[in-house]
Design a protein around this ligand. Sequence first.
Ligand code: SR1
Ligand code: MG
Length: 409
Amino acid sequence: MIREDDPVGTARDVIAYTLHMTGDSGMIDWDVPSMHAVIPDQHGNLNHVCRVFDAKGHSIYIKQAGDTLRISDDMTATLDRNRQESEILQIEEKLAPGMVPHIYFYDTVMSACGMEDCTDYSVMRDAMIRHEIFPHFAENITDFMVDTLLLTSDVVMDHREKKELVRRFITPDLDDITEKLVLMEPYLGADRNNVFPPNADFVEKELYSDEALHFEVSKLKFKFMNDAQALLHGDLHTGSIFINQSGIKVFDCEFGTYAPMGYDVGNIIANMIFAYDSGLAAAAEEFCEWTLDTIEQIVDLFTAKFLKKYDETVTEPMAKVPGFREHYLDGIMRDTAGYAGTELHRRTVGMANNKDVTSIEDEKMRLLAERLNIIAGKEFIMDQGRFKTGRDYVDAVRAAAKAAAKTLE
Ligand code: SR1
Ligand code: MG
C-alpha cells in the first residue's frame, strides 16, 4: 500500500484504507474532501509510513511493514513485527500513560497500524543534531524505563502471565538482527559493516583484534539471548523518541522482546554520548554540558526510581529477601554498562550508523567522535562493575574524549 516511489498512488490507497479502518466505524470523523496523505521525509530503517490529515485537524500515521527492510532489499523480517510493535505500544501506554503514541488499530492482513500523529514533536536525534536542549528528558525517560521494565518483570508480574508475554513477544527475526548487528559484527567484522575509511586501522586494532573484548561481548550476547528479564523496547535510541519541550513519545518498538533491562538503559546512555559527539564537533558547549548532565541524571534517577518502585510493586516473595533488591539492581547496572558499550560500537562501525556522527563533516572531528565512542565503549564493556553512578559515566566520557584526542596528535 505505501510505495515510496509512487506518492500519488500511495496517497489514494492510504486515504481509502484509513477511511475503511477508522472512518467507517466513526473512530475518526474525517472531513473526506480535504483529506491528504503524505509520505514524510524521515523514516526508520525498516518500515514505511504515511501521514494522513484533513483540514479540520484530524490526523493519523499509517505505518506498514514491507517484505524487505528499507535499509536493504536483501534483508527480510517477519511481517508480524507490525502486530508486535502495536501490541507492545498498547501495553506501554497502560504502564507509562502519555509516553507512547496511541494505537488506533492494527491490521494483520495489511501488516499496518494507525498511530497517533506526533508532528508537534521532533525526532529527538534530529533535534539534538540541531543542538536543542530538553531539560525534562532525564525525568521522562527514567519514568518510562522504570515503569515499562520493572512492571513487566518477574519480580512484579505473576510468573505465568509474564511467561505468556514472553511467548507472545518472541521475535526470532528481529532478535537475529540485534544478535548479529550489535552483538557480533562490530567485533568479528562483516562485509556490511560501515567503517569510516580513515578509522579502519584503529577499528582493526581496537575492535576486530581484541580477544579479551570479544570474550566479554560473547557473554553479553548470550545474556541478551537467554535472560528474559523484562519486556524491552529493544531499540531505544534517540531516533525512536519524539520530543518537545513538554514531553516525550517513545515509538518504534518492533525490536521489543524479553531480554535484560540494561539493554534499553544502556542504549539510551550510548545515544546521549552520540549527541555529545555532535556537540563536541560543533563546539556547542552548553549543549555538551547538557548531554553529560543528562547522562548523569539518567543513571542516578533510574537507580532511585527503580528502588522506590521496587518497594511499591514487588510481589514475588523471594524478591523481598534482604539483599536481593540490591543484587538485582547491581546486575542491571552492570548490563547497562555492557550494552551501552555495544551500542557505542555498533553505531560507529556496524551496518546501521547514526547521523549524529556521520553528519560531522570535518574528518578530524569525526575521527575524534568515533574514537571516543570506541574507547568509552570498551571501558564500559571491560569494567562493567565500575559503572554504578552517573558520575562514573561522565568521568569515563571525558577521559575517553581526552584519550581519543591523544590518538590524533
Ligand atoms: C537492519 S535494521 C538496522 C537497525 O535499524 C533499527 O533501528 C535497529 O537499530 C537495527 O539494528
Ligand atoms: Mg527503528
